[in-house]
Structure formats: C-alpha cells, structure tokens
Design a protein around this ligand. Structure first.
Ligand code: HEM
Length: 138
C-alpha cells in the first residue's frame, strides 16, 4: 500500500485504539442486529473475541507497507474461519458494518480518503483470508 494511504489508516487506527472496547462492542451489536444469522457462528465470549479481532487488526495495520511476512498468519486465520462456518459473502457484511462503526466513532475525521484506504486494507485482508480458506480445502 502506498505511504499516503498507509498514513491515513495508521492515523485513524491510532484514534480508534484508545476507544476500541466501545467501538468493537458497537460493531458486534450492529452486525448481529442487521445480520442475526451470523450470531450463532460465535460460540465463545464476545469480549474475548473483540480482543483477538483488535490484535489482528493491529498486526495488519503494523504491516501495511510490508505485508508478506504476515500473509501466512492471515491465511491460517482465514482457514479457521471456514471451520467456524464463515462464508465468502459474510466478509462483505462484516466490512459494511465495520466502516459504518468507524465512521460513527471518528465523525468528520473519517474522510472519504481514509474510508477508501481502509476499504483497500480490508479487501486485501479478506481476499487473503478467503484464499487461506480455499487452500485448506485442497
Ligand atoms: C477480515 C476480517 C476478520 C478478521 C481480521 C477476523 C479475526 C478473527 C480472529 C483473530 C478470531 C480469533 C480466532 C482465530 O484466530 O481463529 C476470529 C474468530 C471468529 N471470527 Fe473473525 N475475523 C474477520 C472476519 C470475520 C467474518 C467476516 C466473520 C463472519 C461472521 C467472522 C466470524 C468469526 C467467528 C465466528 C469466530 C470464532 C469466534 C467464536 O467461536 O466465538 N470473522 N476472527
């Protein structure tokens, strides 16, 4: 990812990190409200899950300009998601709600440029997770 977009993602993530608990709680609430069918996939404690999700995003945001070393990890997580019953189309539901939640948290600071930069990050992440899921089937 180019340095300008990486800077936008890092700056917005730095604002979310201190309020990650509220942001993630809000995210899962919205996700399950809009897509109730996804709730049953989550078997564990959502608060614990939130922590793991944030850690994963931290890893991704830290490697925006040097993605290769984290690709195997992302693929492994993607393969586990297939085991949880996550389907390809679920990634689109996830990002729609995630972007809305970020927009609410950041207000005007979530500019169209920042949103577009996040959309690229998420698209790469989801594509690699799906790839990991597919490779695990072979
Ligand atoms: C690209 C974005 C995503 C990231 C970074 C992510 C990250 C994670 C992480 C780190 C875990 C912890 C367990 C593990 O490492 O295997 C997890 C679990 C899980 N994720 Fe995701 N995930 C993403 C997308 C999704 C989507 C689209 C769904 C579909 C609803 C989903 C559903 C789940 C479920 C069901 C679990 C297991 C939790 C449990 O059993 O309680 N994730 N996710």
């Amino acid at each position: 990812m180019n340095p300008e977009n990486a800077a936008l993602v890092r700056a917005s993530w730095a604002e979310i990190v201190p309020v990650r608990k509220q942001v993630c709680t809000e995210f899962y609430q919205r996700l399950f409200q809009r897509y109730p069918e996804l709730r049953a996939l989550f078997k564990g404690d959502i608060e614990h899950q939130t922590g793991l999700f944030v850690t994963m995003l931290n890893t991704v945001v830290s490697s925006l300009e040097n993605r290769d070393p984290v690709v195997p990890l992302i693929k492994t997580v993607g393969a586990r998601h297939a085991d949880y019953g996550v389907e390809h189309g679920d990634y689109d539901k996830f990002v729609e709600v995630l972007m809305e939640t970020f927009a609410d948290a950041l207000g005007e600071r979530f500019t169209p440029e920042t949103r577009a930069a996040w959309a690229t990050v998420y698209a790469d992440l989801a594509a690699t997770m799906r790839q990991g899921a597919e490779e695990s089937l072979h």
